[in-house]
Design a protein around this ligand. Structure first.
Ligand SMILES: [Zn+2]
Length: 103
């Protein structure tokens, strides 16, 4: 069996965002949303109780959020893509964050 990668790949268009900025990307439902997405992600281990932990957050040029962290069950890297880019008004929020974070 191939060994799983131990480091995340960061794409050129991805900009890291902080925890507060992550909340801004979801708006009022951030707590519920983040909880949902960190409990529903793909991992080879298939453990139903797994959780995405120690993740860093990024936004893509499509204004999607990407959480890159670790699976709590098997301790390998795991990623969750979230299509926030389709949310209304998200462009404004993500453009502002991108400008702030991209030096
Ligand atoms: Zn796992």
């Amino acid at each position: 069996m191939a060994k799983k990668r131990t480091e995340h790949i960061i794409q050129k268009d991805e900009v890291e965002i902080g925890p507060f900025q992550l909340r801004l990307m979801f708006g009022d439902s951030w707590e519920e949303d983040i909880n949902l997405f960190t409990h529903s992600f793909f991992c080879d281990c298939g453990d139903v109780n797994k959780e995405l932990v120690n993740y860093k957050s990024y936004i893509s040029n499509l204004n999607d959020v990407i959480l890159k962290g670790w699976c709590s069950s098997c301790k390998t890297i795991a990623v969750r893509y979230i299509e926030t880019g389709e949310r209304r008004g998200i462009e404004k929020v993500s453009d502002r964050i991108r400008k702030l974070n991209k030096n």
